[in-house]
Design a protein around this ligand. Structure first.
Ligand code: XCC
Ligand code: SF4
Length: 648
């Protein structure tokens, strides 16, 4: 696609990253440029230098980090707020096309929020729940509702340190205030505010987003789908949805499935309507509805360069401003939909949940009407199958079925050393490093080391493209112990848990693992690590901070926003580890990320007095049978097993 882009005179993020050298003192590099007032900007290039107001390198570095975390928390949590309003409108019967699809989840979440369910209609319960959810944003005192669902020990730590978030909006405002010129100028204290804000996101706005999305659109469970640019079709109308929100995209799914729309597409000479996604909007409809994904963050421009996209409908976050320019070389329509997002050169159809289904139909019709304008196309053949949809509910269920749903087998697997530990590999792509390469390298190496991998966001799509989200990956890459568990349970060794806001599902899994017993009594005891090796967004920093404050060791790759400042580095590692049991580190070398992850897992195993991991101790059961099976081509395996071929 890059060659085609060059031939057509189109630039992409890959070239722009080369043309635009990163500012050596800016936020993404050393983080020591302060723009917080207009006596500056002040650029600190060496220790001892201070800004016009006297601000030190440490203060500037910590302030920049805190502001990024606040912006990231705001973005995630605001997405949650919008879902709460959609749930309210749905409960009141005012949201066209929406319904409460997952009543069991509604009941469970209502219980968490202390909303009575006995003898009440689901609409009634949903309305009270939505209002309680909305009030969590503007809450001024107390603690966000989800805090009390963290392990007890964790809650005590947060109380002791003084980082229990009050309300979501309050914590974001607090960070913006304290980082204004002339306010908080103690790096440790600034980061305290940042952590409280991140917790308001992780154990607040983001967690609400996952919960309320499940209520409205269904709790994810495994399905089979496809990923990569090859999901685009040369003879069908291609619509891409891109961004983060499931609200409008779910209605577009419904509109595309409408036989009348398919018929309309045929009247325009297409064989049908093909819907696919990019980034986390893609993840949302992939994990629930099995809608194929055209790929992750750095695929957004490449998808347009196929010339085969009739409309790209975008909502919020991670949408490159370059899209309308790339689209202008083709017939492709870029359509913004969020009341918060307009892009010069794009069409705007403002989303209104009261008439969402009508709007979705209008958008699909626009794409179909655009199909006859399509010029020459070039669609790569590459696509891979994947099995996404591992919500925490499903992970619990899959380990024991309806009657014995439990984290026991997972804990036992870790305790016996079949599974060495768990790694969450999440986060973005960044054109400053080869797309997907670090994600893929780390996942492969972790699997070889018997580490179970859970993924979300663009990291999950990076693995999906390589086929790691299939059971076969267990055979190909996983160490013998991990393979034994994956094959016995019937799961891939890499579990796709959803979008960026769904990192909170991982917090829930870790909490339940701690509650199950045998792995300590807090998240920080579990042999687990969080990775964001190709991160680029402020949201990633918010996720990293709430995971670290929840007790996890979190490693970021590619670039460090605190590179030149030892003091802030020490605060976020040694100091945070002493306070929270978790820490956040920036490590540039992929090999080093791997080494540190495994070292941490082994350290936690030793602290729990678990047997040291041994690569060859496990995995002998039934292996000869599996090996025989995997020598056969995929199509022949079902026949060898069951005596019947897989229907095409
Ligand atoms: Fe965006 Fe969520 Fe990053 Fe991907 S991973 S580039 S934030 S889409 Ni969350
Ligand atoms: Fe410079 Fe201080 Fe103003 Fe920052 S707040 S720009 S360091 S004078």
């Amino acid at each position: 696609m890059l060659e085609r882009a060059e031939a057509l005179g189109i630039t992409t993020a890959f070239q722009r990253a080369e043309m635009m050298a990163a500012c050596p003192i800016g936020a993404g590099q050393s983080g020591t440029c302060c723009k917080n007032c207009y006596m500056g900007p002040c650029r600190i290039t060496k220790e001892g230098q201070v800004g016009v107001c006297g601000a030190t390198m440490q203060t500037i570095s910590a302030r920049n980090m805190a502001r990024a975390i606040a912006a990231g928390s705001a973005a995630h949590s605001d997405h949650g707020r919008d879902l709460a309003f959609t749930l309210l409108a749905t409960a009141e019967g005012k949201a066209q096309g929406y319904e409460i699809r997952d009543v069991a989840k509604l009941w469970n979440v209502a219980k968490k929020y202390g909303v009575q369910t006995q003898g009440r209609s689901k609409e009634d319960v949903a309305k009270e729940l939505a209002l309680k959810g909305i009030s969590m944003f503007g809450q001024q005192q107390g603690e966000t509702i989800y805090i009390q669902h963290a392990p007890e020990k964790r809650q005590k730590i947060w109380k002791q340190v003084g980082v229990v978030p009050r309300g979501v909006d309050r914590e974001v405002v607090d960070v913006l205030h304290r980082t204004h010129m002339g306010d908080d100028q103690d790096p440790e204290h600034i980061l305290l505010g940042a952590v409280r804000c991140a917790l308001a996101d992780g154990w607040g706005g983001s967690m609400l987003a996952s919960d309320f999305s499940d209520i409205l659109f269904g709790t994810p469970s495994p399905n089979v789908s496809q990923v990569n640019l090859g999901v685009l079709k040369s003879d069908e109308v291609n619509i891409l949805v891109h961004g983060h929100e499931p609200t409008l995209s779910e209605m577009i799914v419904a509109a595309c499935q409408d036989p009348a729309m398919q018929e309309y597409a045929r009247s325009k000479g297409a064989k049908g309507v093909n819907l696919a996604g990019i980034c986390c909007t893609s993840n949302e409809i992939l994990i629930r509805q099995g809608i194929p994904s055209a790929g992750n963050f750095l695929n957004q421009e490449l998808a347009l360069i196929t010339g085969a996209v009739d409309a790209m409908v975008v909502d919020v976050q991670c949408i490159m401003q370059a899209l309308p320019e790339v689209a202008s070389h083709f017939h492709t329509k870029i359509i913004t939909t969020s009341p918060k997002v307009k892009i010069t050169g794009a069409l705007h159809v403002e989303f209104d949940e009261h008439k969402a289904l009508d709007q979705a139909r209008e958008l699909v019709k626009m794409a179909i009407d655009n199909y006859p304008n399509r010029g020459e196309t070039m669609i790569p053949e590459q696509q891979s199958d994947l099995v996404p949809g591992f919500s925490h509910e499903y992970i619990n269920y899959m380990l024991g079925g309806t009657f014995r749903a439990s984290f026991r087998p997972l804990n036992d697997g870790i305790m016996s050393g079949r599974i060495r530990g768990v790694v969450a590999d999440v986060g973005c792509n960044n054109p400053r490093t080869t797309q997907d390469a670090t994600h893929n390298y780390l996942v492969r190496e972790l699997l070889k080391n018997d580490v179970l991998v859970v993924e979300t966001g663009c990291g999950a799509l990076a693995s999906a493209k390589m086929g790691y989200l299939l059971g076969d990956a267990a055979m190909e890459y996983a160490g013998p112990g991990l393979r034994e568990i994956c094959e016995a349970v019937g799961i891939p060794p890499v579990l796709h848990a959803g979008s960026c806001v769904d990192n909170t599902r991982i917090l829930t899994v870790l909490t339940q693992m701690a509650a199950e017993g045998g792995l300590g009594d807090d998240i920080s005891d579990i042999p687990a690590v969080g990775l964001a090796p190709e991160w680029m967004s402020e949201k990633a920093l918010a996720i990293g901070a709430y995971c670290a404050a929840s007790g996890a060791y979190v490693i970021f790759g590619t670039t460090s926003p605190i590179a030149s400042d030892d003091v802030v580095q020490k605060l976020m590692t040694e100091d945070w580890e002493a306070k929270y049991g978790g820490k956040m580190e920036f490590v540039m070398e992929p090999e080093e990320i791997l080494r540190k992850s495994l070292e941490h897992i082994d350290k936690k195993r030793a602290a729990l007095k678990l047997p040291a991991w041994e690569p060859t101790r496990h995995g002998k059961s039934g292996d000869w049978r599996m090996e025989e099976l995997f020598k056969l081509p995929v199509e022949a395996r079902a026949e060898a097993l069951y005596g019947t071929p897989i229907p095409a």
